[in-house]
Design a binder for this molecule. Structure first.
Ligand SMILES: [Zn+2]
Length: 485
């Protein structure tokens, strides 16, 4: 079942979406100087003459950036160019001190890759990539609310970026979100990017055009810039599809523009009309040599490649998880790692149930991240093994989980201190159940006369008298035995 889309209202139309993603690489230093790569400090403290574009300085390429580009290229089935070049892209912006950005032009490091995404009906679709290129990030302009002033923070200048450009193969807002989620998990699995959208480490510009079905030429596109959540991107695409179709239906023409998503009013708004590539006067940067990549280097990087999301998915299925379970884990690398650490300590099938129900439920309710959660894989593995060895029952296990989550205490200490051990000895339970039967003769008579619902009453009494610590299975067995005597 496909999720509803505004396109359902316009069966004659189709949408073509191409996405440019900027991936901030988490190398130790910036792309063309030795300044530390990281922007969380005081403004303009994380800078040097190179990233500030002083006259006479020379950029030196960070080899790690090339390695990361090749890694992402290989993970997306791209061709790695044996030779590629850096180019200057000229534009004036206060946060770009050189008045040009160093990027790659006609010949980028990776070309013609592709990414496979999963559709809602579980079919797969290939989204082709035009190119992946390396470039430097610009600084940030900060506009004051208090005074009529603007400020510049250059900490971000020279942060290495990969720009990953797709063909307009994406044909719905749902596919766009799937594509971005898949790409984000790839760069996270490769360990080259945090994937944090709110901090701008993973930014998507979306090009959208609509056309009548069967038309051979693409419609005029509009670009949606820098939207920082998957949900907003989906909403903005839906809005933009309707806006463009309405224009065409009124006999007007769509004008090529860059637009922003206004979340408050839930619509896209004009940012600027689009520059043409010619306006940037690209030419090869004479300060930087050709980037040469030999086969040996590629092979070494290939051999160091970590497991990718789709490979992890297949492995989880082989190890006995359902596609539903595997999908939830794979989409969140921290959760997948959590599962694997827990599963290593306790290979019970119950582990996944506890993670998907108790752990995710707790994290969601208490609005914390997995890494902040006090129930570590070691502690969860322990709780599950105490449950499986009948040391505690399910009821007590949930109580222990909650206490660990609040306090971080050791499960075994909690059980000892609070007396949560399950009463599993038949003798002890037998005494309690005989007593219950003696005390409730009226109900016993009614039960024997055919009122079977009363069985629940006896179970309830037993749990009450064992303070919830009785082994439920044994209680049921014993009740059946004594009530039917
Ligand atoms: Zn620098």
């Amino acid at each position: 079942m496909a999720s509803p889309s505004i396109l359902d209202n316009y069966p004659d139309y189709e949408v073509n979406i191409g996405i440019e993603v900027h991936v901030q690489l988490n190398t130790k230093t910036k792309i063309f100087c030795r300044t530390a790569n990281g922007t969380s400090q005081e403004p303009n403290t994380n800078i040097c003459q190179v990233c500030c574009g002083y006259p006479g300085v020379l950029p030196v390429l960070n080899k790690k950036v090339v390695e990361y580009a090749i890694l992402v290229g290989l993970a997306t089935n791209s061709k790695i160019s044996p030779k590629s070049f850096f180019a200057r892209k000229h534009y004036f912006y206060p946060d770009l001190p050189k008045n040009y950005q160093i990027t790659q032009g006609a010949l980028p490091i990776c070309t013609e890759g592709n990414i496979e995404i999963k559709l809602e009906d579980n079919r797969k679709k290939i989204i082709r990539l035009i190119r992946i290129h390396m470039e430097e990030d610009a600084g940030k302009s900060l506009h004051s609310n208090m005074s009529n002033e603007s400020f510049i923070d250059l900490n971000r200048t020279g942060t290495p970026l990969l720009e990953i450009v797709s063909y307009p193969d994406i044909s719905s807002s749902h596919e766009a979100k799937e594509y971005l989620k898949t790409l984000r998990s790839i760069v996270q699995y490769l360990g080259v990017c945090s994937g944090n959208m709110e901090e701008g480490a993973f930014r998507a510009d979306t090009n959208i055009s609509v056309r009548k079905k069967g038309a051979t030429k693409l419609g005029t596109r509009c670009e949606l810039k820098n939207i920082n959540s998957f949900k907003f991107i989906g909403d903005a695409i839906e809005y933009e599809i309707e806006r463009q179709i309405t224009i065409l239906e009124e006999g007007q023409q769509v004008i090529q523009q860059t637009r922003l998503w206004d979340e408050k009013n839930r619509k896209t708004i004009l940012m600027r009309s689009k520059e043409e590539a010619a306006d940037y006067r690209y030419f090869n940067d004479p300060d930087l040599p050709v980037v040469e990549v030999d086969q040996n280097w590629i092979t070494n990087i290939k051999n160091s490649m970590p497991e990718l999301p789709n490979q992890k998915f297949e492995r989880f299925i082989k190890e006995g998880l359902s596609p539903y379970e595997a999908d939830i884990l794979v989409n969140d690398i921290e959760l997948a790692n959590y599962y694997e650490s827990t599963h290593k300590l306790n290979n019970s099938k119950q582990v996944i149930n506890w993670i998907l129900r108790e752990l995710l439920g707790y994290i969601k309710d208490s609005k914390i991240t997995l890494l902040e959660c006090k129930v570590t894989p070691e502690k969860l593995a322990k709780i599950v093994s105490l449950l499986e060895s009948s040391k505690i029952n399910n009821h007590a296990a949930k109580e222990v989980f909650d206490i660990v989550a609040e306090t971080g205490e050791n499960p075994e200490t909690i059980i000892k201190e609070r007396g949560l051990e399950q009463i599993g000895s038949i003798d002890e339970l037998e005494t309690i159940i005989k007593q219950i039967i003696d005390d409730n003769q009226k109900q016993v008579t009614q039960f024997k006369a055919g009122n079977e619902k009363l069985f629940g009453f006896f179970v309830g009494e037993s749990m009450k008298r064992t303070k919830g610590k009785g082994n439920p299975h044994l209680i049921q067995e014993l009740l059946k035995k004594y009530l039917n005597n």
